[in-house]
Ligand binder design. Structure first.
Ligand code: PLP
Length: 379
């Protein structure tokens, strides 16, 4: 039976080019990139190519890209580096109230252990974020502003560019970090026009393997080393590099870059069909905004707990998620912030699309939800 994978915000299937490149590195470029012989050089070249591709995608210099093990490591590196370098006198950090755990938990640590003041900006009653709310919260005492570009649970798009641009104009000392994990390769992102000092991205959300991420760190911004050891990543992260994963990351980016606009259009069409079909089901409420990322659609199916519906759909080979994959079922509070009641928040399912999905996936999902609503209610 065909599987309908609609959980692409949790992770994606690696693309053929990425798999091929990883295998090629495992079998042919297996040298240590720090070795001085030809086998080492081949591995070094595979890594350099990937760095160049990712740098170009972000409009950055190759030296501004640091490979990490995942975006969680990238966000930790950005946030902890900033407070180490700039946070001794400036003790305030501004963020949104809907960040992913990798940012949220790091900030909670900084609040609890190091006494930083964390200001979490909420959207208005319609779930819309306004740039002024972030800008007005900033002051001389602020060392960092960190914002996601696309929310991983609902697809809401945050006004990162206008916030960062204004912040840099008024308070050039404030460091800006963008968690672009759910936006990279879905929207064109250029570090300079975004006015970002740091950008975190992840391989496995863009059809590269798991275990690889990257941090863009603007030339001149201070970075702290957390993994001490060899001189890898220009002395910024010790440890032998995972050449197969790094090279595969570059191959995935290379493949996706030319199709950002066409994939966006295609996925927007699927999203539209999905919305239309869902709107014919009674009581179902769509939490994601029309102007959000088309790749994520959060839906409330009243009176049916998310996990129950998730497993019902799983029984029909349809895979969705009950909110953020990282919260493993524990409520993140994000649906409530975007307007769901407490009760509704227990009934959210997240459908997340990619260019490999098709209308059959959408039909299988909607008919699964429809029959699930009837069957589960009558149990
Ligand atoms: N930020 C966002 C918005 C995410 O959706 C995720 C993963 O779900 C992360 C950060 C963490 O990425 P990784 O799994 O590469 O650590």
């Amino acid at each position: 039976m065909t599987e309908h994978y609609l959980d692409n915000a949790a992770t994606t299937k690696p693309c053929e080019a990425a798999v091929k490149k990883a295998v090629e590195c495992l079998t042919e470029c297996y040298g240590n990139p720090s070795s001085l012989h030809r086998a080492g050089l081949r591995a070094q070249q595979a890594m350099n190519r990937s760095r160049a591709v990712i740098a170009k995608a972000l409009g950055a210099d190759e030296r501004e890209i640091i490979f990490t093990s995942c975006a969680t490591e990238s966000t930790n590196m950005a946030l902890l580096s900033t407070v180490a370098a700039y946070g001794r006198k400036r003790r305030k950090i501004i963020t949104s109230a809907v960040e992913h755990a990798s940012v949220n938990q790091t900030l909670e640590h900084l609040e609890r252990i190091e006494g930083f003041e964390i200001v979490k900006i909420k959207p208005d009653d319609t779930g819309t974020y306004h740039a002024e709310d972030f800008i007005n919260a900033a002051d001389e005492n602020t060392c960092l502003i960190t914002m996601m570009m696309v929310n991983n649970e609902t697809g809401h798009v945050l006004p990162v560019q206008s916030v960062f641009t204004s912040i840099k104009r008024r308070y050039p000392h404030i460091i800006t970090h963008c968690d672009a994990v759910q936006a990279f390769m879905k929207y064109p992102i250029k570090a300079k026009s975004l006015c970002a000092d740091f950008i975190s991205i992840s391989g496995h959300k863009i059809h590269a393997p798991k275990g690889i991420g990257a941090l863009y760190a603007r030339k001149g911004v201070k970075l702290r080393t957390f993994i001490h050891g060899g001189k890898q990543e220009s002395g910024r992260r010790g440890g032998t590099e995972s050449v197969p994963l790094i090279a595969a990351f570059g191959s995935a980016v290379e493949e996706l870059i030319p199709t950002i606009a066409s994939r966006f259009e295609y996925v927007s069409g699927l999203n539209k069909s999905l919305r239309e079909k869902l709107s014919s089901l009674p009581y179902v409420r769509i939490l994601s905004p029309e102007n959000g990322s088309p790749y994520v659609l959060s839906v409330i199916i009243p009176k049916i707990r998310s996990e129950i519906m998730l497993h019902y759909l799983e029984g029909r080979n349809v895979y969705v998620s009950s909110g953020s994959a990282c919260s493993k079922g524990a409520g993140s509070g994000v649906p409530e912030i975007f307007g769901a009641s407490q009760q509704e928040a227990d009934s959210v399912i997240r459908i997340s699309l990619c260019h490999e999905n098709n209308i059959e996936d959408i039909e299988a999902l909607v008919s699964g939800i429809e029959s699930g609503m009837k069957e589960i209610m009558h149990r």
